[in-house]
Design a protein around this ligand. Structure first.
Ligand code: NAD
Length: 476
């Protein structure tokens, strides 16, 4: 028996959870279930996180969470339960297999079997946003080396465990040379430890276009959080329906499994919803807890059900479908086929899959870090960069001197173009030819402040082991 925590969620949640648990039970899954309440009721009872504090005790006990979709109430103040759960439990990897079931489910991409592995905790989802001036808002994109090493190694270990042939990485490192650059670099470093796997990297824009056009050329794809969020929905949708995809959120000690779709309130309580997404999430859970044989039996019976044309309304099509079933009847059709394998769709084989691998990250020794200068961000509605440079230069003396001014990243001083559109947000770079101390920065800031130049924020300019750890300006 393995202890798991189950939440029935909102909307179609309870009916697809019933269908899923009935199938798991009939297939002989050895589960000791604890139920918790999450979602709309909890939100509306005044808990802005959507989950009772006591529910965390159950999750800490079981460490495995099968979760039905929930309804996030409209209006401000409610925090996303998914983001909270991922972050609190350290669920760094989001795994979404996207498979076509042609010709039984209509799709423009008959040959497609892609697994998207999305980093789940970092990137623009750190949620650190600020309004800095009248005109400019900022969202901080954070990519860490340990976070990247974990997700990249997870992707390679997953590919190995599931007999995949190729791992592709998507980034935008031609533009974001430091953050996405790190992701790409770690992909190359760790990839070298997996000689049996083919490795490739695409810039995310053309990579996404190729994924939407020729998904048959992809196998496992690993990417930072935002690209993964968007492209895993695209990949699931082009298989035929988002209703057919499950997802696993994996951490070091915890894991959460769910459907990728939401609570579909319009069809709630009508016994219409397709339980397949949650069922496939539950199958990932069974492999995770080592009940591979049960997982394999259920998925093969489910494939046979699709093949036999036993379809819920969302994938029902005159001609290919044979019966239009409700949620409970679809579950009964899967149960009736337990022990059978599909005849033309590829049966799954989880006999050798061990998905519960531990990912270790070795901390790197600290680099030699030297302070070489500072970027000071100023808020001024005066749009003349030459005048701004003059005002700054008259306000500052000491070790640091003004080397350039940019506006939205483009150099506007010295030798800027008069055509460049400027906002009220100026990045002023101060440097010295050798290393400085933070006292030099404080002296500079107090000079600027005394002259009434409004400072929004600063970013220190470092060299790590002698290498500049900041980017040049566009146009520099
Ligand atoms: P949705 O995924 O609930 O529905 C989108 C469309 O797909 C609808 O037409 C719906 O009827 C259909 N659909 C979804 N699942 C289906 C299924 N199993 N079978 C058949 N058809 C299905 O997305 P939405 O309408 O944007 O969101 C509804 C609610 O769900 C919102 O409150 C949203 O915040 C929430 N949501 C929750 C999760 C989650 O808990 N993981 C994820 C996404 C959205």
């Amino acid at each position: 028996m393995t202890k798991i925590t189950v939440a029935r969620g909102d909307g179609i949640g309870p009916e697809i959870m019933d269908a899923t648990l009935n199938i798991l039970k009939a297939a002989g899954a050895q589960l000791d279930i604890e139920e918790i309440e999450i979602g709309e009721k909890v939100y509306l009872a005044g808990n802005s996180a959507g989950i009772e504090p006591s529910a965390w005790d159950s999750l800490r006990r079981t460490r495995v969470f099968l979760k039905a979709p929930i309804t996030t109430p409209q209006g401000g103040g409610f925090k996303s339960l998914n983001v909270t759960t991922r972050k609190v439990l350290g669920l760094y990897a989001n795994v979404r297999p996207c498979v076509s079931y042609h010709p039984y489910v209509q799709t423009k991409h008959p040959v497609m079997d892609v697994v998207i592995i999305r980093e789940n905790e970092e990137d623009l989802y750190a949620g650190i946003e600020h309004r800095q001036t009248d005109e400019v808002y900022q969202c901080l994109k954070l990519i860490s080396r340990p976070g990247t090493e974990k997700i990249i190694r997870y992707a390679f270990e997953y590919a190995r465990a599931y007999n995949r042939k190729k791992v592709t990485c998507f980034t935008k490192d031609n533009i974001m040379k430091m953050t996405d650059g790190l992701f790409h670099k770690v992909f190359e470093e760790i990839g070298a430890e997996y000689p049996e796997l083919i490795k490739e990297h695409w810039i995310v824009d053309i990579g996404a276009a190729k994924l939407a056009d020729t998904p048959e050329n992809f196998d496992v794809i690993v990417m930072p959080n935002l690209y993964g969020d968007i492209l895993s929905d695209v990949a699931a949708q082009i298989t035929g329906s988002v209703g057919l995809a499950g997802s696993a959120n994996i951490g070091d000690g915890f894991a959460m499994f769910e459907a990728i779709h939401g609570s579909a309130p319009r069809i709630a309580g009508m016994n219409k919803a397709n339980p397949s997404g949650l069922l496939l999430g539950a199958i990932q859970m069974l492999v995770h807890i080592g009940q591979n044989q049960v997982a394999e039996n259920i998925q093969n019976a489910w494939l046979k059900t699709l093949e036999d044309g036993q379809h819920t309304y969302d994938i029902y099509k005159e001609g290919t479908s044979k019966a239009r079933l409700g949620t409970a009847e679809f579950a009964a059709a899967v149960i009736a086929r337990l022990g059978q394998k599909p005849a033309s769709l590829q049966p799954v084989d989880y006999s050798k899959s061990a998905a519960n691998f531990q990912i270790k990250v070795t901390p790197k020794p600290a680099a030699k870090k030297e302070l070489m200068g500072v970027d000071v961000f100023l808020h001024t509605a005066d749009r003349n960069p030459d005048q701004l440079a003059e005002a700054i230069q008259s306000a500052t003396q000491g070790a640091l001197s003004l080397s350039m001014i940019t506006n939205r990243g483009t150099k506007v001083w010295p030798n800027g173009f008069p055509e460049t559109f400027c906002t009220d947000h100026w990045r002023c770079r101060f440097k010295n030819h050798s290393s400085i101390t933070y006292d030099d920065v404080l002296q500079l800031l107090s000079g600027l402040h005394e002259k009434g130049l409004p400072i929004i924020k600063t970013e220190n300019l470092y060299h790590f082991d002698g290498e500049p750890a900041y980017t040049a300006a566009q146009g520099q």
